[in-house]
Design a protein around this ligand. Structure first.
Ligand code: M6R
Length: 613
């Protein structure tokens, strides 16, 4: 949520900052701003709305020479928490002298008390934000040493922060710090770029330092000095990003979402490659950090996640139970830490997150660690907070996911969960031959997905029949139930159609009252033990005049016949079939949203990674 960029070089800071903001805009996009140091002065430009508005504003208000001249600056794209997304609430915020500027991600929980104290000392605030209070607090602590002032101010703060601070009195440095909100420092040749995630850095350098919680760094164009908040030096290794700048661009697709849907065969190959053991009928997931003996002794698998990752975990729940005969459960990360979860050292907790930064999932990790469970993560973003906090885990290798609507993360998460379940199953339940059968099904997932993607044009045509609807139901049973939930989430977040995901059998316990002639019901009815029952539920909807779109298995004429429209997906093991089925729904939602003229990659009110609870 919210994006931070800071830059120090020889010139062109404004252009670097604006292009960095554009790359970070998927994190939050309701307002944006930047501050430059020029001639011992801080200059600020802000605009409500997208970064494009800020770009226009800055070019209108500022002399073109300033763009070339200024060498130090900070910038921010916002997802509002305190105060509406107006220009005055946009970051950067200044201290009372106007000499210090700050951009901030996170929440200052005690900002009211700090604000009251500062007001008592004569400070005046222009905005409703917690961030402006922190800017004033730093100014209040400043006795001529910006680094010390930031340390002193942050030691008074409760809550979370990723910050970048500049002062016109110390123009050659940026002070940056983090607690609970990521900061990455890119080290270039005579330049440094600070950002809340690597996508703003990758065009400049591959060499980065990830700050840990409670780290604070003094960054100049040629040096990075990392300390803790008590001013004790700490060593942070320089890491290689291993990211290609092109991976964060649209590459000819109209939207990132469409690009990421199409990337799935490759992303899935990367997630699966080298991890299947086609000799032993098992999988090799070294990052799980468990011996086969420990796996055999595990009592329970508990998955914690939010949103799309939660739905992937729910498919995982079926996989662990069906393939590994192990008790598995999924907990909403936001609930987990507030409900006294009963955990012990035979419990295997898996935190599942694309970004690795989701605040609720991170809090659940800490809770599980405290309770002595065996905790690992399943994360996409390398070096992210959850990956580092758990210390052991499996990366998805899906590549950057920029679109707010998560697509390739889901399919890769499910694939890796299937491989985990296979590994556990081989240790506990089935023979090499049975394991091999499953492994071969997993191996061809990329091809199954490619087959669905080839139906893009057909799916676009079907979507035309659903563009004018304002409500829709998605139903499924067994592992297709979480697929239905995910289908509903995709449709609602990008098309703004009110979509409900329901277990197919639950419909008649209440929601069926809402069906009217023509109400769309999207039934995920692929072959598997629950298919016939799902078709029975479809008949109940048809009897009430609903318009049915089926996701069915290729060649299943019985299922096709009860649907008004259908998208067929390749035949596969019922757990594996969740993946092509969800891809069909991703494309369906995408085309409905496109035909409705929605802003697909940046839906209203949302942000890519949710770093507040
Ligand atoms: O990065 P995470 O996987 O932890 O994110 C969890 C959710 O915020 C995320 O999946 C969200 O639901 C997506 N916008 C769904 O498309």
């Amino acid at each position: 949520m919210c994006g931070i960029v800071g830059y120090l070089g020889k010139a062109n800071a404004a252009s670097v900052l604006i292009s960095g903001l554009k790359r970070l805009e998927y994190r939050g996009y309701d307002s944006a701003g930047l501050a430059l140091i020029d001639n011992e002065q801080i200059l600020v430009s802000k605009a409500a709305g997208k970064v494009a508005n800020l770009n226009e504003r800055a070019h209108t208000n500022w002399d073109p020479e300033l763009f070339e001249r200024a060498a130090t600056g900070i910038a921010h794209t916002r997802w509002a928490t305190h105060g509406p997304p107006t220009e005055v609430n946009a970051h950067p915020h200044l201290d009372q002298t106007g000499d210090i500027a700050l951009v901030h991600n996170g929440i200052i929980e005690n900002y009211r008390a700090l604000r009251a104290r500062l007001e008592g000392k004569g400070h005046h605030f222009a905005s409703e934000t917690d961030t402006e209070v922190l800017a004033h607090l730093i100014g209040d602590c400043d006795n001529g040493d910006l680094f010390q002032a930031v340390c002193d101010a942050l030691s008074q703060v409760e809550g979370t922060f990723g910050v970048a601070v500049i002062s016109s009195r110390e123009p050659d440095k940026i002070i940056t710090a983090r607690r609970g909100s990521p900061i990455v420092i890119g080290i270039g040749d005579g330049e440094a770029i600070i950002a809340s995630d690597a996508s703003a850095i990758v065009a400049h350098t591959q060499r980065v330092i990830y700050l840990d919680d409670n780290d604070i760094a003094i960054v100049t164009a040629d040096s990075v000095d990392v300390r803790d908040l008590n001013n004790i030096p700490v060593t942070r290794e320089i890491a290689e990003l291993g990211l290609d700048a092109g991976a964060t661009e649209k590459g000819g697709f109209e939207h990132f979402m469409l690009k990421e849907i199409h990337e799935q065969p490759e992303a899935l190959s990367n997630a699966i490659r080298g991890r299947l053991d086609l000799h032993l009928g098992s999988s090799v997931l070294a990052g799980m950090g468990t011996s086969q003996r420990e796996l055999a002794e595990l009592g329970r698998v508990v998955m914690v996640a939010c949103g799309t990752s939660l739905h992937a975990s729910m498919v995982g729940e079926y996989a662990f139970e069906d393939l590994a005969d192990i008790h598995a459960e999924v907990q909403q990360a936001a609930e987990f830490r507030y409900r006294n979860p009963i955990l012990g050292n035979r419990d295997f907790v898996i935190a599942i997150s694309q970004s690795g930064e989701t605040a609720d999932t991170l809090a659940a990790v800490k809770e599980a660690q405290q309770k002595g469970a065996f905790v690992m993560s399943l994360v996409n973003v390398v070096g992210s907070t959850i990956a580092r906090e758990t210390g052991r885990g499996v990366y998805l290798h899906a590549g950057p996911e920029i679109s707010v609507a998560s697509t390739k993360a889901f399919t890769c998460q499910v694939s890796v969960l299937l491989m985990m379940a296979l590994k556990l199953g081989r240790g506990r339940r089935f023979s090499r031959e049975e394991g091999l059968k499953i492994a071969r099904e997993i191996e061809i997932i990329p091809e199954l997905v490619a087959q669905v993607i080839r139906k893009n044009d057909l799916i676009a045509e079907i979507a035309e029949g659903y563009v004018k609807d304002e409500h829709a139901f998605f139903i499924g049973r067994g592992p297709m139930y979480p697929v239905a939930l995910e289908g509903a989430l995709k449709l609602k977040e990008i098309s703004y159609i009110h979509a409900e995901g329901y277990h197919a059998a639950e419909l008649k316990h209440g929601p069926i009252a809402l069906l009217q002639p023509g109400t769309p019901v999207i039934a995920v009815a692929c072959e598997g033990p629950a298919k016939d029952k799902t078709l029975g539920n479809v008949e109940e909807c048809r009897a009430r005049g609903a318009k049915i779109l089926g996701i069915v298995t290729e060649g299943d004429t019985e299922a096709e016949e009860v649907m008004d429209d259908f998208i067929s997906v390749p035949r596969a093991h019922p757990l594996v079939a969740t993946i092509p089925a969800v891809v069909a729904l991703q494309l369906f939602s995408y085309h409905v949203a496109r035909l409705r003229g929605c802003e697909i990659d940046q839906p209203r009110n949302l942000a890519k990674s949710v770093t507040v609870e």
